[in-house]
Design a protein around this ligand. Structure first.
Ligand SMILES: [Zn+2]
Ligand SMILES: [Zn+2]
Length: 342
């Protein structure tokens, strides 16, 4: 018995000497470039009487200005409203970014893609496939140096992660849309928008989640069954209230999406994410950190909410919920491996 143990120990000693020891690479966050500046609250999807909204552009723009928004995109169906026609509303506190909702379809499926910061009307495109139709409209916006965003994929159950994984040159996806008929939560076996987002991220696609109003109704009763304003927005960290600065920050993921929760800051270091909440009244907050495949990594009631990276979880994003049910969503921070230590 003693001999056998000694032999085993010798064998282990030989193994440990002859096998080159390589530490597994450390998992680290890819730290986004620091953005100076402040948060600008904006809505990138709203309708007026120029298409199927119930109020003219000046009434719609004034609603947002009077409700504390820093910027707004009027996005009528295949109609461009020149912000110059509303110049009296634009000042140092409020900006109109030109836009349009490119409104197309494939067979019975609506394909709606917003074009932000475009120079004029962009004709909606169609194609011989569903994916091709989405791509053609994304490309139409890119062709004029605009910023596309993919609108309400679950509207009429048009398409999901399978199709979106094949689309290129898109960076922004509506994960919350305030219109009552867009099925944000999914159902009947069809994933909701957050699950679609996680599926795309887990497959390696870099895409950021936005919240929008898609408001149509500024008159009469404000009710859950109507498409009223004020339900979903983005807060963009940018250096200036200018279209180019806001667009650059959006496409870099320097923003969070919200239906009511306000954040003071999101700080990322190589091994840590801190989400600082701006508390309101006596509301309480729950933050869930989510990784690849939509897996819940951690949950906390603390402010700031902190996630410390210990292993490769693909990416980490946070969903905050307040005690009234409102949310904020931070953008994914991707995990990279440091070079192996020697
Ligand atoms: Zn639409
Ligand atoms: Zn719309």
């Amino acid at each position: 018995m003693k001999i056998r143990l000694t032999t085993l120990a010798a064998a282990l000693a030989v193994a440990s000497c002859t096998v080159e020891r390589v530490d597994p690479p450390a998992a680290l966050f890819e730290v986004p470039a620091a953005v100076e500046g402040r948060w600008y609250k904006g809505n990138t999807h709203t309708h007026t009487t120029e298409s199927d909204g119930d109020s003219p552009p000046e009434v719609v723009a004034r609603w947002y200005k009077e409700h504390g928004y820093d910027f707004l995109v009027l996005s009528d169906h295949n109609v461009f409203t020149d912000p110059a026609t509303l110049a009296e509303l634009v000042d140092s506190t409020f900006l109109l970014v030109p836009g349009e909702e490119l409104t197309s379809s494939f067979e019975e499926r609506p394909v709606h893609v917003n074009g932000l910061n475009i120079p004029g009307v962009v004709e909606a495109r169609s194609d011989s496939t569903l994916v091709g139709t989405i791509q053609a409209n994304v490309d139409a916006v890119r062709d004029v140096q605009g910023v596309p965003h993919i609108n309400h994929p679950n509207f009429r159950w048009a398409y999901g992660a399978t199709e979106l994984a094949q689309v290129e040159r898109d960076r922004l996806l509506e994960i919350f849309n305030g219109h009552p008929l867009v099925h944000n939560e999914g159902g009947g076996g069809t994933p909701g928008m957050e699950a679609v987002w996680d599926s795309l991220l887990s497959g390696g696609k870099r895409i950021y989640g936005i919240a929008v109003d898609d408001a149509h109704h500024f008159q009469g009763e404000f009710a859950p069954g109507r498409a009223n304003p004020g339900r979903g927005w983005v807060a963009v960290k940018a250096t200036a209230r200018e279209p180019a600065a806001l667009m650059e920050a959006l496409e870099a993921g320097a923003f969070y999406a919200s239906t009511g929760v306000v954040l003071a800051d999101v700080r990322v270091s190589p091994d840590r994410i801190e989400v600082h909440i701006t508390p309101e009244d006596d509301f309480r907050y729950t933050t869930v950190f989510i990784g690849a495949s939509g897996r819940e990594l951690a949950r906390t009631g603390a402010n700031p909410a902190v996630y410390e990276l210990k292993e490769d979880v693909g990416y980490v994003r946070a969903r905050l919920t307040d005690s009234g049910g409102a949310h904020a969503w931070t953008q994914p921070v991707f995990v990279v491996h440091a070079p192996a230590r020697r």
